[in-house]
Design a binder for this molecule. Structure first.
Ligand SMILES: [Zn+2]
Length: 479
């Protein structure tokens, strides 16, 4: 199997990847807290980890990719109270919208999205074990706290010192806690909120414990790769290590910790209070899924990335088109004539050139998933294909398929769709809403025959419409 190196946050170095039980790979990535629609920052992290799973699978690893859903927490409850919604129905709705956005972006590598609340029995078991071992303690109000002092390696992942967390520095003193750095793993019920019975009284899970209960259940006490945004290293991932290793007595919980850099909005941190949060779906509508995906991946995954519609996104659109245009030309010929088309074959020299390009793409991705460098190589390949294009009419179907091989690689690993269909998807994204308005006007004036005709014509081009009480939705194979 291909030699893969991964930058491991815990080791602060790149390490050769060795799964515990090859070829199986357990991959867990912290998922969404669906109290609101996903934003463009979520897209970055999840698109990147999608390529990690895709690449590992290409190389023969059997990846089981789990991404949890924090379907209940303080934010979900607060938002539900504002809108007088049921908290779990609210998070369900946002999560389903998120999955649809992920599919639009081609991020389909996740095998299982566990809801945290489905794992309450496992969470209670893990807390009970921590209490039994003396690593956690119930308080009078019916909550349970983890005792950080009981875990000797606390701070190793993040490089944080516990002393830096003492009151006055970061934490408010809380009379229920034995020590200020202790954190809650079971929250006593507040009237009106969802609650579950537990040995400590009715309540609900704290945040950190949901991941460790889920992974212990699905992967066992240790697994291969844990991913997430860099902002989750502390306290969330630090807490996970402490909880799981204390509860199971086995270490390390995770062999490789991967963290994706933050997305800024025109140079600033995205935040609800500043009001500069851009929804993921809006960005897909505006820029098209292929361009947005290209934008995310055309950066080192650990570096910050700036989302600026007038600059970085405009550059991404230009770059994506430059990379995809030669691919499109080759694809169109193949689509028209098929692989049986007659013509000249590639020479041995040309064939080995193509093979070397694909091999180098794999090597680049195997070097800590360097998507940016892989894209640079695809640019190089597109320049080369452009030199071939004048003679493209003389090439056989097989020769054209060879020329397409690096793009097929990009489709498989980076999730760039077949360029011709992505070009069409981009056009669809712009054109379909205009057509839908015409159809809505036809329906408004009672001309249902015209509305049906528009629907049938769209269907013939691969665009499916779905009408419901909220309006008309459309879908196509590429968008
Ligand atoms: Zn998490």
């Amino acid at each position: 199997m291909r030699r893969v190196t991964i930058y491991d946050t815990m080791a602060r170095a790149a390490r050769v990847f060795a799964p515990r039980v090859p070829p199986r790979v357990g991959l867990f990535v912290c998922g969404l807290t669906p109290y609101a629609d996903a934003h463009v920052g979520h897209g970055r992290s999840f698109v990147f980890f999608d390529t990690v799973a895709r690449a590992l699978r290409r190389w023969g690893y059997r990846v089981f990719y789990v991404q949890n859903v924090t379907d209940l927490d303080d934010k979900v409850i607060a938002r539900a109270a504002e809108t007088e919604a049921d908290p779990l129905a609210l998070s369900d709705r946002h999560f389903l919208a998120f999955v649809r956005s992920m599919h639009r972006l081609g991020a389909t590598a996740v095998n299982y999205y566990p809801y945290a609340t489905v794992y309450v029995p496992e969470i209670i078991d893990q807390i009970r074990e921590l209490v039994r071992r003396g690593d956690a303690y119930p308080t009078e109000d019916g909550s349970v706290y983890f005792s950080v002092a009981k875990y000797a390696n606390y701070g190793r992942l993040s490089g944080q010192k516990v002393e830096a967390l003492l009151p006055g520095a970061r934490l408010e003193a809380d009379p229920r806690k034995r020590a200020p750095e202790d954190f809650v793993i079971w929250k006593a019920a507040t009237p009106g909120e969802p609650e579950w019975e537990s040995p400590w009284g009715p309540g609900r899970p704290g945040w950190h414990i949901e991941d460790t209960a889920i992974t212990t259940r699905l992967f066992g006490p240790r697994y291969d790769i844990h991913g997430g945004g860099i902002d989750l290293i502390f306290p969330h991932h630090e807490a996970e290590v402490a909880l799981a290793e204390s509860a199971t007595g086995e270490a390390p919980l995770v062999n490789y910790w991967m963290h994706a850099g933050m997305l800024t909005m025109r140079g600033e941190k995205m935040s609800k209070s500043v009001g500069n949060v851009s929804s993921l779906d809006d960005a897909i509508d505006r820029f098209g899924a292929p361009v947005l995906r290209f934008f995310y991946l055309n950066s080192g995954y650990r570096s910050p990335l700036d989302f600026d519609p007038d600059r970085s996104l405009a550059e991404a659109r230009e770059g994506f088109e430059r990379m995809a245009r030669p691919a499109d030309r080759v694809w169109e010929l193949l689509e028209r004539d098929g692989p049986e088309r007659t013509g000249r074959a590639l020479t041995d020299g040309e064939e080995s050139e193509v093979e070397a390009v694909v091999e180098r793409l794999d090597e680049t991705m195997a070097n800590d998933f360097n998507t940016r460098e892989a894209i640079a190589q695809l640019f190089g390949w597109s320049r080369r294909v452009t030199e071939w294009l004048p003679q493209r009419n003389e090439l056989s179907g097989e020769a054209l398929e060879m020329l397409y091989a690096p793009y097929a690689w990009a489709q498989e690993v980076l999730g760039f769709f077949p360029p011709s269909s992505t070009a069409r998807a981009g056009a669809w994204a712009a054109v379909v809403p205009v057509v839908l308005q015409a159809r809505a006007r036809a329906r408004a004036r009672g001309d249902y025959a015209e509305a049906d005709r528009i629907r049938d014509e769209l269907k013939a081009t691969g665009v499916e419409l779905e009408d419901d009480a909220t309006g008309t939705r459309w879908s196509s194979p590429g968008a």
